[in-house]
Design a protein around this ligand. Structure first.
Ligand code: GDP
Length: 430
């Protein structure tokens, strides 16, 4: 029995969806613990493509329990849309297959309105938020004015909390941002209907997880975004509004740290980043455009093109420290096929100094230049390879260099988007 956390080691979009989907085969419970519908997982199963923003991708496996922990911020309208889409694809979502924490904070229409109004006011200093109300919802959580899942199930309490919030939010929307105020009656009708629909799914996730753990079930915790988007440890302010590091798997679901056995970091074989913020290894040349095109580096949630660059082990090694990683998964290795010489950043030169971890201050990071190690590339297609020893010699050298620089073992190597396009070296549930 093992409880495993999977997180992204870079700036998100590492291909966690596929990895989680694969590892779900060995887990009975799959838990999301942070973020909201700003995450986007694309999965290809039997040639069919699924994009999820909220529901753990484990929903595609019959008999698994998917859980939305208290650390998530939940847009109920989006969740219901995803449930309906799955139903239409003959993948029914039932209270046996999906559970939502009663303490999960709910994204309200005023969160989305404030997110958009604020971002458009910022002009050139935009964070690159997806405008889904995630940040404002977390703000209310910390401010103790948030509306939680269980409030949706109690109409009188819901209305009271809604009215208290609207008084302040409408003032901001109207008088500060110059946008239209929102109507409380319309919101109440919409959200209480959501509450009725979702009531059978609301539960105490922490208690369910304790029982599962005591019964010896495998639990998989599915991180969203990536380590360097963490609100505390990321490249602030170009970060997301939750803690994305593995420690938050505990806070965001209600399980204690002694009950986590392994933490696996997903590393894309190169680096990408969406939105603003420093990116030392960014490639603004033809190679960068090739990686973007071959890797399909466009956001699953927003369609925005992702900035692309060489693999940055300074970024990955900082993630190993921040998450206490026990092993790595390399994804999208096939995308590098055909590039004659590959580079991996091993350290940064920051003025007169050389550093081996990401400097926490934005200005310092902006002033850093990567120091690269060069490795020969490979020409052969690797998508059909299923054993490490069958990979071209230069591909093996690239992977061995990563393992050596990371000083932790590789568990899986993904050589294509399909579930089977994977080299399994060691399953973290073993
Ligand atoms: P996530 O949010 O971390 O799951 O990442 P995304 O879903 O944004 O990005 C993963 C994308 O890469 C999806 O379109 C996957 O189908 C695809 N993908 C995952 N692994 C591989 C791989 O090894 N090779 C290739 N070519 N595509 C992959």
């Amino acid at each position: 029995m093992a409880n495993v956390v999977v997180i992204g080691t870079q700036w998100g979009d590492e291909g966690k969806g596929k990895v989680v989907d694969l590892l779900t085969e060995r887990a009975e419970y799959v838990v999301r613990f942070q973020g909201g519908n700003n995450a986007g997982h694309t999965l290809v199963v039997d040639g069919r493509q699924f994009i999820f923003h909220l529901i753990p991708s484990g929903i595609l496996h019959p008999g698994k329990v998917c859980m939305i922990g208290n650390g998530v911020v939940l847009d109920p309208g989006v969740l219901i849309q995803e449930m309906d889409k799955l139903d239409a694809a003959n993948i029914p979502v039932t209270p046996e297959s999906l559970a939502i924490s009663r303490y999960t904070h709910v994204i309200m229409p005023y969160h989305r309105a404030l997110d958009e109004a604020r971002e458009s006011r910022k002009g050139s200093t935009k964070i690159g938020t997806t405008g889904r109300g995630i940040g404002p919802c977390y703000e209310d959580k910390v401010c103790r004015s948030g509306i939680r899942m269980h409030d949706l199930l109690d109409p009188a309490r819901f209305r009271e909390r809604l009215d208290a919030n609207l008084e302040e939010k409408n003032f901001m929307l109207k008088h500060y941002f110059g946008s239209a105020p929102l109507d409380g009656n319309a919101i109440a009708d919409e959200y209480l209907a959501y509450g009725q629909r979702l009531a059978p799914y609301a539960t105490n996730v922490s208690e369910v997880l304790q029982k599962a753990d005591r019964d010896g079930r495998n639990i998989l915790f599915e991180g969203a975004q990536g380590t360097h988007l963490d609100i505390d440890h990321g490249t602030y302010p170009f970060v997301t509004s939750s803690n994305t590091v593995a420690g938050n798997a505990c806070c965001g679901s209600g399980i204690g740290p002694t009950r986590i056995h392994k933490v696996i970091g997903v590393v894309k074989a190169y680096t990408t980043r969406v939105g603003g913020g420093p990116f030392p290894c960014e490639l603004l040349d033809e190679t960068g455009r090739q990686i973007q095109k071959v890797g399909g580096e466009f956001g699953a949630t927003t369609g925005r093109p992702r900035r692309c660059g060489w693999l940055d082990m300074v970024v990955v090694n900082s993630s190993i420290r921040l998450n206490g990683l026990s092993g790595l998964v390399i994804t999208k290795l096939d995308v590098l096929t055909g590039i004659p010489t590959l580079k991996i950043a091993v350290r940064y030169k920051c003025g007169a100094q050389e550093v081996g971890s990401v400097p926490p201050e934005l200005k310092a990071l902006e002033a850093c230049d990567p120091i690269y190690e060069e490795l020969p590339g490979w020409e052969e297609s690797i998508r059909q390879v299923r054993r490490f020893s069958d990979l071209p010699e230069n591909t093996r050298r690239y992977l061995e260099a990563i393992e050596d620089m990371a000083s932790i073992p590789l568990h899986l190597v993904s050589v294509g988007p399909g579930r089977d396009e994977t080299i399994i070296l060691q399953n973290p549930f073993d």
